[in-house]
Design a protein around this ligand. Structure first.
Ligand SMILES: [Zn+2]
Length: 232
């Protein structure tokens, strides 16, 4: 399997035409570009409008919307966009995090690996899917394990760029756990690479973020060892 690794600890530089950026999947910023008025419409209205516009797209493509198999599609797509695959755009869907006092195992690394996620490339609106591995060293608080999963899912459920998603998850972990000592590694496949363009089905993209003590080579290696199939 061919992999390209992107380190996200150094700032991105260089200017490129926007379209080139989209084609090369280069992220512009680590904030999802949202308008100020992004959530002034409620979910019901968003679904109504998306349904209407998606019906129009299907119509333009030449599909017969009176067909039994197709007529419910615009509504299904609208509901899926708003309530499921892009629900992570809305801050009201952000997982509530409860922390616990860490009375023992103080200072040890916790790794939650193989968190399966499904996201969507914001340049082509087709799936990005793969595994996220996250780790942190407790500053005195610990988080429920399922919450690590929920944080990954929240940031996956929006149009994304893999590099940005990696940093967004890391930033959220740093904020809720009150520590710089977090690591995030994402290994994912992109439908837009596999099914169109260069049509490379074997490649996957690896992005990693190492904060605080994870920048230390020994700590980083310990984290990466946990991710190897044998756990060595
Ligand atoms: Zn794409």
């Amino acid at each position: 399997m061919k992999q390209r690794e992107t380190s996200l600890n150094s700032p991105l530089n260089g200017h490129q035409h926007m379209e080139d950026m989209g084609d090369e999947h280069i992220p512009g910023s680590f904030e999802t570009p949202l308008r100020e008025d992004a959530f002034e419409m409620d979910d019901e209205l968003k679904m109504e409008l998306i349904e209407k516009h998606f019906r129009e797209i299907m119509h333009v493509l030449g599909l017969d919307l009176s067909d039994d198999s197709l007529k419910g599609t615009p509504r299904r797509v609208a509901k899926m966009f708003v309530k499921e695959i892009f629900s992570g755009l809305n801050p009201k869907n952000k997982p509530e995090i409860t922390l616990f006092e860490n009375k023992y195992r103080y200072n040890e690394m916790l790794v939650e690996k193989d968190i399966t996620f499904y996201s969507f490339c914001e340049h082509h609106f087709v799936p990005i899917w793969g595994k996220a591995h996250v780790a942190y060293i407790s500053s005195g608080k610990v988080i429920g394990l399922s919450k690590l999963n929920r944080i990954v899912q929240y940031y996956a459920r929006r149009p994304q760029v893999q590099e940005r998603m990696t940093v967004q998850i890391a930033n959220e972990l740093k904020a809720v756990l009150d520590t710089e000592d977090v690591a995030v590694l994402i290994d994912a496949k992109h439908m837009c690479v596999a099914a169109r363009g260069v049509q490379d089905t074997a490649s996957s993209t690896v992005t990693a973020y190492y904060g605080g003590r994870f920048k230390n080579e020994a700590t980083k290696q310990e984290f990466l060892r946990y991710l190897s199939p044998t756990g060595e």
